[in-house]
Structure formats: C-alpha cells, structure tokens
Design a binder for this molecule. Structure first.
Ligand code: NVA
Length: 301
C-alpha cells in the first residue's frame, strides 16, 4: 500500500478488505492507540460536516490530536506555495488530511510531504467516502463481490472513487448519467483495470432504468458539486429525469438499499423524504466514514 491515500487506487485492491475488516472491528469497540503522541493536521479549502467531524473524532478515538484549518486560513498556493506548506506541515504533524479543488494540488502537496497525505475530497476523487461506502455495502450484502450497484447522476468525484472501490472488491457498478456529465473513458478504463483481478466492473449508460434493473444498491450524489455553483441552472436542466425517488427504487431489486454521500438536495437528485425511506441507509453510511477512516489512518501510520 502506498503511504498516501490521494486516489482510491493508492490502496492495492487486495488490501481493501483488510482495511474494511479492521474498520468493522473498530466499530465493534476494538480501537487502538495507533495515534498516541501523534497529531493529524486537517486542512480544508471547501465546507465539510461529515469529513471534518469523522477525521477529528477518528483521530481522538486512536488517542491522537487533531488540528483543523478551515477555508481561508492557509491559502494553499496563494498565500504560500503548496510545496512550502507541505514541508512545514510534515515537520509538525504525523498525518495530513486535505480537502481542496484540483487533484494536481494534492499530488504536488504529497510529492513534497514526508508524512502520509489523505485526500478528503478533490474535484476528481473522494476516496475516503468510497471506503466508507464499500464498508456500508459489505454490512448490507455480506460482501461487495457480485453485488450490483447503480449510481444515478453526475459522473463526478464520488462516482469515480466508488467505481474503483466497488470494482476492486469484485462488484458491478453501473453509472447512469446524461451525455456531457459522464466519467471520461480513461477513468472508467482505469477502474476496470483495477477491478479486473477481482471480477469487478464499471460501465456507463444513459438511461437510469437500465442502471437500476436488479440493483442491490442505488446511489446518488448532488448534481452541482462544491465549486460548480455557477453551473447550477444548467445542471438542473441537464439532470432532469435523473432523480432518485421511490418509483426508481421500485424498479431495482426487491431488497434494494438507497445510498447518498450527503449533503442531499431534496427536490433535485432525490425526492422529498427519500433519506428517511425505509430503504435508505444513508446515516449508516455517514457513520461509517469514522470507522473506515480510523482504520485507514491506523494502517498509514
Ligand atoms: N460531489 C460532491 C460531494 C460532496 C461530499 C462535491 O464534490 O461537492
């Protein structure tokens, strides 16, 4: 396993299961003191609820000390060059968790850091979310292998990391997005290559009904991600017909579960009340951020 987690494939696919197993143990009370005497610097350039809280609390569960910097505080690449910030933070902390815009920023940061760097979301990937997602799917289905997951909506950061995670564990991810909002074919090829040995796959279609047929899990994310606010009206129009609602869930497997990384926009990508539908497991999914990331941090140190 690479010493960073800045893209999902930094975990060798044969190592994913051991991180999930450790997360399950931690959830059952078997935490460790892996971060005793260590500090975790959390540097966010975008808003956050779940990610900030789960890294902060996760660090404390492992007996470490979190230090948080919000948007506006550091000015990565504006107030100070990325490489200089990486050098300074590496001298003063033991793990660095970053949420930023460009994937190239976190790559430059990691290239100049001497401690593990974790991607807490970029425009390109959200690998920690995907780790929690496959933990949640494992809890529901027993295993991701052979599971059918449908992702309806934007071919974005969440979709890409989910593709790696599901395929890497031998599941099938079918993504339904309108033209212009699909993942690049390079991204899909990358996830398929990563999941090949496990028999996993990722493919893309345009029709949401085609993606949800026989799906065990139906997943969606916002249509307008952080940083895309000026495109919001255009995106609302483009995603018409891609809303996940009870009628869409009725077309999936009879035992289907609904997932969303949150925050959700009821009336847009989901219908009102869907988070509280009996088929929804979104709050288990949110809690699992804590356990998946704690297991990841333990592994990285
Ligand atoms: N795709 C969303 C995920 C939010 C957790 C975004 O990047 O804003």
């Amino acid at each position: 396993m690479s010493n960073n987690f800045i893209k999902f494939r930094d975990i060798a696919s044969h190592d994913i299961q051991s991180v999930l197993d450790r997360a399950t143990e931690m959830k059952a009370g078997m935490v460790s003191n892996a971060l005793v005497g260590k500090s975790v610097a959390i540097l966010f350039e975008k808003p956050s609820l779940r990610t900030k809280l789960s890294f902060w609390i996760g660090t404390q569960k492992l007996a470490g000390s979190p230090v948080y910097f919000g948007p506006e505080e550091v000015g990565l690449g504006t107030r100070e060059p990325v490489a200089d910030v990486a050098n300074v933070m590496s001298r003063l902390s033991d793990i660095i968790v970053i949420r930023t815009f460009l994937q190239s920023t976190i790559e430059e940061f990691a290239a100049n850091a001497s401690v593990p760097v974790i991607n807490a979301l970029t425009d390109h990937e959200h690998p920690c979310q995907a780790l929690a997602d496959v933990l949640t799917i494992t809890e529901e289905l027993g295993t991701v292998a052979g599971g059918k997951v449908a992702f309806i909506g934007d071919g974005n950061n969440v979709a890409l990391s989910l593709g790696y995670a599901v395929a890497g564990l031998g599941g099938q991810l079918k993504i339904a997005s309108p033209d212009g909002y699909k993942l690049s074919s390079d991204s899909v090829d990358g996830a398929n290559a990563y999941g090949e040995h496990a028999g996993g796959s990722v493919d893309q279609v345009s029709n949401p009904l085609e993606a949800v047929a026989n799906a065990d899990i139906v997943y969606t994310d916002v249509w307008t991600s952080m940083g895309q606010e000026t495109e919001s009206a255009e995106r609302l129009a483009a995603f018409e017909g891609y809303q996940v609602n009870p009628r869409i869930l009725d077309e999936a497997s009879p035992n289907v579960k609904f997932m969303h990384d949150l925050p959700a926009h009821p009336g847009e990508e989901i219908s009102d009340g869907l988070l509280y539908d009996p088929r929804s497991i979104v709050f288990d999914q949110a809690e699992n951020r804590l356990w998946a990331q704690a297991a990841l941090m333990e592994k990285l140190v």
